[in-house]
Design a protein around this ligand. Structure first.
Ligand code: BG6
Length: 487
């Protein structure tokens, strides 16, 4: 049974709403997960009427929903739920109209702020001034929550003046990805792994989130953020937390978030003397993407030719606690890398006593490869004897393979936003980020940025279409390791 919801969508004509949110709502409609009577009030500043907005959304649905998944009758049904209200977010007077829309409704109210974070405070205050929300209202906010610890506190304080923490749903869309959620199942449903998941058995962990796209016309935002704020402060640290956290006592939002916060608190601070060996930042130059020439970061439209903003970051992260002492987490993420690929590799330690051919010693550690995208699944590399009489006891590393789409005949894996919207409608916060998580992540990231600002080297260049600066390879090679490459 799904709850009847009224969703006020601020920023309804913006890129996020049009590219991600409306297609996700459409999919929920198609799956029968939008309760009859649920409504969406699209809010923006453009002079349009409901019919015009419905047409615009329909066009974007046709673009962003795969043709084989697009059903015009579902789209029609969904669009009937959408009404449009022109609204100047800064002007309290217009907010009375929201009460008119709500009059006599008992639907669960969800306020979705798909607007720039600088607007969160004013919208919250204006909603409160017209008494539009109650203690039951759920409020959804998108990243970035600020650009450092201080600015994130300002935003969180502004929201906190009007809403309680249990009303706030801070989105990190990585937490809505099927495979990211699956990390929790993998770790805490399989005793096999639970007993191996520490410094006694794991030598190191790699997390790669690579994108082939550049900054896609978002220079204004991206140049102020850089890859460390855009990807590391949120998505990368969330992945790291899910791999490193202790088992929560249950699946409740706070049990999971308490454990993630403990990891964030245990991250070793990057002091200036660590910057040369633990941190690499890069910026792409002209190169090729998918076989086509592409400009460098400084050659993108609207670029400021002198920017030192990083489009690539590689870090060696130490977690100072009992479980992970001495186990580095190598993480890297960048734009304009050769492919879109997100994966986590757990490198297990070799057997304590080795009895096979000395020249095969390098093979002798198990690896668990968790593919987040594309080709969602996992693969455990184990060692077996090579087949055949003449091979003697030669070893061979082979995969125990689990590709979700094949193993479970999954029809389609839902997009992250579908799951997140669904959980918001159910009022479940476990896939959303708590205030202290955001702040601990900023505290750690701020120190790196401060070291860069205090005279660190400028970003190292890398050609678009390569795996980032050579320095990122050197960083891991110094420890006698290499970034995992699937043969
Ligand atoms: C967003 C970043 O949060 O995540 C973008 O702002 C990035 O720069 C995107 O491209 C990556 O998300 P996904 O789901 O495509 O891996």
């Amino acid at each position: 049974m799904t709850t009847r919801c009224d969703i006020m969508l601020f920023g309804a004509l913006g890129d996020l709403a049009q590219r991600k949110l409306f297609p996700a709502f459409y999919q929920l409609e198609k799956a029968g997960l939008l309760a009859d009577g649920s409504r969406i009030l699209a809010l923006a500043r453009r002079e349009l009427d409901t019919e015009g907005v419905r047409q615009q959304i329909r066009k974007r649905l046709e673009q962003h929903v795969k043709p084989e998944e697009f059903d015009p009758s579902v789209a029609d049904k969904f669009l009937q739920r959408v009404e449009y209200q022109l609204l100047d977010f800064n002007n309290q007077d217009g907010f009375e109209a929201l009460n008119t829309w709500r009059a006599g409704q008992s639907n669960q109210l969800i306020v979705y702020l798909a607007s720039p974070p600088s607007m969160y405070g004013v919208v919250a205050r204006n909603l409160s001034a017209v008494s539009c929300c109650t203690e039951k209202t759920r409020v959804v906010v998108e990243k970035p929550i600020g650009h450092d610890l201080e600015s994130s506190r300002v935003i969180n304080d502004e929201l906190g003046e009007v809403y309680k923490e249990n009303q706030l749903f801070r989105i990190d869309h990585y937490l809505g990805k099927e495979t990211v959620q699956n990390l929790i199942a993998l770790r805490f449903a399989n005793n096999l792994f639970a007993s191996q998941w520490d410094q006694n058995h794991i030598s190191h962990v790699e997390i790669t989130v690579a994108e082939s796209v550049g900054i896609e016309g978002r220079w204004g935002y991206f140049d102020k953020a850089g890859q460390i704020r855009d990807m590391v402060q949120n998505h990368m640290l969330q992945l790291l937390c899910l791999i490193a956290m202790d088992p929560p006592s249950d699946l409740s939002a706070d049990s999971i978030r308490d454990e993630k916060v403990k990891v964030l608190k245990a991250l070793r601070t990057m002091t200036p003397d660590m910057m040369d060996t633990y941190v690499v930042r890069g910026q792409y130059t002209a190169g090729a993407s998918n076989g086509k020439p592409v400009p460098g970061y400084l050659g993108e439209d609207d670029a400021n030719k002198r920017s030192d903003t990083e489009t690539f970051v590689a870090l060696k992260v130490e977690i100072d606690n009992w479980r992970w002492s001495g186990v580095p987490f190598y993480i890297r993420t960048g734009k304009r890398l050769p492919e879109k690929l997100s994966q986590i590799i757990i490198h297990f330690k070799p057997a304590p006593h080795y009895i096979f051919d000395p020249d095969q010693r390098h093979l002798a550690n198990n690896k668990l490869i968790i593919r987040l995208q594309p080709d969602e699944g996992m693969s455990l590399k184990i060692l077996t004897k090579d087949q055949g009489l003449h091979k003697g006891m030669r070893l061979r590393q082979g995969p125990l393979e689990l590709t979700f789409s094949e193993a479970f005949e999954t029809e389609r894996i839902p997009d992250a936003y579908e799951r997140l919207l669904w959980e918001i409608m159910k009022g479940n916060q476990y896939l959303f980020v708590r205030r202290d998580e955001v702040e601990h992540a900023w505290r750690w990231v701020d120190r790196i940025v401060q070291n860069w600002n205090d005279g660190g080297d400028p970003p190292k260049r890398y050609a678009a279409g390569s795996w980032g600066p050579v320095a990122s390879i050197a960083m891991i090679t110094r420890d006698g390791r290499s970034w995992y490459e699937d043969a």
